[in-house]
Design a protein around this ligand. Structure first.
Ligand code: AKG
Length: 296
């Protein structure tokens, strides 16, 4: 085991955890070099596309990104690092031996105003047959109170799934005035580069804009036990209708263990995130075009 029993109990009880020194210093250096390459590559990009979400003011001389989508699909390093660091062991400690990677994203929150992520529960985006589903956030630089750290509401993973709708569409964020939302309970997850946050898919979380002059680079991996199957209409990451291609995809995204064709059904609260916001290409566009009310 990588995590202590106390850490596993803490995660199960609170719905989040912070772990330090998850990758080595050399791995960290290599990762930062790859991140720099992404920024270089984005210089010619003028609009959001299937790799980059651009920040206001992005241009070739001053590339400003909100996100690099699915870095593990563009560079093998981002897949291999899961197995070559503590990440795989941590996943096994929390999810069991059969684990699937749903998606990855590098949230690059630019200095001087990089976008907030409004409070939400990942579960509202992708309910599954059971909630052995979580997100890991590896810090690629020091994250402190000024550069838009992740915040979580402890124990919210045991509570209701709050409404993420506005004017009849899924806007990807809760209403900060929701009676079940209590910002005073928020815990801020700061840490040194190479630390990693972990939050349960039902844990309420969000992060403020980056008003500092430093980057805030966090690499997120979202994973589930293989027997947690996404519900119909929300399997945004299972794109194949053809059953052979679907099986190939399921195999390909296994971090370890085996694909499960027997979804484990649990009594979990589910609301399907439909109808979608006008631009539902990412959480940022969903929150913006869905008219989410800002908490920041
Ligand atoms: O980047 C962040 O601070 C939060 C990311 C997040 O919650 C998301 O992308 O769903």
């Amino acid at each position: 085991m990588i995590l202590s029993k106390d850490e596993v109990n803490f995660y199960n009880d609170k719905g989040y955890l912070l772990v330090e020194d998850v990758i080595t210093e050399d791995q960290h250096k290599e990762m930062l070099a790859l991140v720099k390459d992404f920024f270089e590559r984005s210089k010619n990009v003028k609009e959001n596309d299937n790799i980059f979400d651009l920040e206001d003011g992005h241009c070739s001389t001053n590339p400003r990104l909100k996100r690099v989508k699915q870095p593990h699909q563009h560079s093998q390093f981002f897949w291999d690092i899961i197995k070559q660091s503590k990440i795989e062991g941590i996943l096994i400690d929390l999810l069991g031996k059969d684990i699937s990677l749903k998606t990855s994203k590098l949230n690059t929150k630019s200095p001087g105003g990089g976008a907030a992520v409004e409070w939400h529960q990942d579960w509202a985006f992708y309910p599954h047959t059971n909630d052995n589903v979580l997100a890991l956030g590896l810090m690629l630089n020091d994250v402190d109170i000024d550069n838009g750290p992740l915040m979580v509401i402890p124990e919210s993973h045991k509570g209701p799934v709050l409404s993420h709708n506005n004017n009849g569409v899924f806007c990807g964020a809760i209403n900060p005035d929701d009676k079940f939302f209590d910002i005073d309970k928020a815990v801020t997850l700061t840490g040194k580069a190479r630390s990693m946050t972990i939050h349960h898919a039902r844990t309420l979380h969000g992060s403020a804009p980056n008003n500092s002059q430093k980057d805030r680079l966090m690499l997120f991996y979202e994973c589930n036990s293989a027997d947690a199957w996404p519900l119909v209409g929300v399997g945004a990451y299972l794109k194949n209708n053809d059953p052979i291609e679907l099986c190939k995809q399921l195999e390909k995204q296994m971090v370890c263990g085996e694909v499960s064709y027997q979804p484990r059904m649990e009594s979990v609260p589910v609301v399907i995130p439909l109808p979608p916001a006008p631009d539902h290409g990412s959480i940022f566009t969903t929150q913006k075009t869905g008219g989410a009310k800002s908490a920041f």
